[in-house]
Design a protein around this ligand. Sequence first.
Ligand code: TA6
Length: 299
Amino acid sequence: MSAIAALQERFALPATLHFEAGENGLTRAVFTTPHAQAHLYLHGAHLTHYQLTGQAPVLFLSGCSEFAADKAIRGGVPIVFPWFGARSDDKSAPSHGFARLRDWDVASTTLHHDGSATLELSLAPDQASQKLWPASWEMSYRVTVGATLHLELSVRNTSDTALHFEDVLHTYFVVGDVHRVGVEGLGSTEYLDKTDAMQQKRQNTDPLHITAETDRVYLNTRATCVIDDPDLNRRITVEKRGSDATVVWNPAQDKASKMADLCDDEWPRFLCVESGNIGPHAITLAPGATHTMSVTISA
Ligand code: TA6
């Protein structure tokens, strides 16, 4: 029996959730619920598509994304773990950690009374991850697709020593034109400006308008953010729990032109509003403890 047939037999939810070969033959789960459709690849437990019936897609997916075993998918919701960005002590280590490069296992599927569905996936260390980051841990990721999108990422420390890590749900949102949206919720918030040698600054305006390459790690914020999009005539709400940092990123023309997995004309049509625990907000987990971060997206 093929791997997909085995997943179908164990976890498919008739008329709501099935497994199939997606881009480049990578296995994906396809959600079809009364309110929304979604795709999630087992590669990286990477949610690549979420679309409410009758609306433009909420998640951006690059048309030039490589769906390769050793590459992260460009767009959707990459899972960043156990470090954010480049590893300071190992330049050869993959950017944003290894969780988004690994094939995750399906743990369970659940159909709810309102027609929404939850897919739970799990990840544990393997030889490759142990070489990069020798630690004992277990991750679970629960994705609930319905009138809202609910993402819940848990990390459990299965060792007898403290576990120190960063985690981010690095969400790419579709926008009509990044120059015309406003991001609400980060006014008066301190941030590290990655476009200006990580200078710590304070955002005095609310909403934030994107006028150039923007790459900011906002600190000490549990705020709900809203992307107000006049072109698509919608407001995307990003609510979070268990996260003290928010990242806002758009590469603009110059950086985008250097990204092989982003097509030339795509960069004005996405904005990343990312929820996580980075730098001063990295997590230190006691032995046996679990940390859960959740994000609820509505449009
Ligand atoms: O979250 C913003 C950021 O850290 C940017 O600096 C940029 O590197 C982006 O992530 C994408 O990183 P990636 O490794 O997916 O190309």
